[in-house]
Design a protein around this ligand. Sequence first.
Ligand code: FE2
Length: 322
Amino acid sequence: MARVFQVTAGSSRSGRRRAGQPTPAPVEPALARRAGIVAGYLAPHPPHLVYAENPPQNEPRSTGGWEVLRWGYEELRRRLRAHRPDVLVVHAPHWITMVGHHVNCVPNPRGLSVEPIFPHLFRYHYDFRTDVDLAEAIVEEGERAGLVTSAMREDGVRVDYATIGALHLANPDWDLPVVSLSANNNPYFYSDASLAEMETLGEATRTAIEKTGRRAVLLASNSLSHLHWDTEPDLPEDMGVERPFTHAQYAGDMELLQTIREGPTARLKEAVPAHIEATSSETKAGSLTWLMAAMGWPAIAGDVLAYGTVIATGNAVVEWVP
Ligand SMILES: [Fe+2]
């Protein structure tokens, strides 16, 4: 007899009552876990911030420093938990690829990440899980959108400090799987030339997240104004010498952050290239544009959780909840 003729009369709830089983509480619509991008953060990665935190994974020891930025990250972590993501997706400017966009598809990256200019501040032992299904879906959607994309499957390739720095500061427990995207290097040669491509990459990222049913938080691992000192004090965390590179660099950052605080995000389509021209902003690597495009340029304001300089570069921790 066909299975359809053997269905017990009544609903599954009444069936449970008959069997003496407890009836689960109905899921409130407001508490239902929706898939998609649930929040995006500007999450800068100065190695100094990790150094100042003294986590066990990082070899050098500090006496602290850059507290206001680190308090901003504390608030980011509290909010990130509340969003209950399945996965963190990070775009970082120091995994540099000369051709196309690469996605880390290694299931369990582990090793030692060293900041090449500040090896005395950042030698970080990492060991995390990749959401390989989502990583491969981003590669596939990128290709479908016409981008040159590649799945990085070489176990043992060192993960760059911008990826590790943003991920550590956002989730030092490392208890969420990760997808890590490379930065195509063209913007460093041609200023904002590749920002349009970052829009396509952002849209491909969103499509992959939706198709795989993930609940994702996105991290754009970029600093803002990017001129910096070329000498270091005896004590690297000497806050007596920490200040903006120039007033113009600081003012450029404030103008961008004011636009972010007012919203909507579509204003950033003009404001980000102007800010890059004015301050040599690290956003020329495209992480912020990728983030905005992935969220669909939502008509909302960003919440600036902190701003501070690190060796004179401007850094802001910002949340957008689409
Ligand atoms: Fe950087």
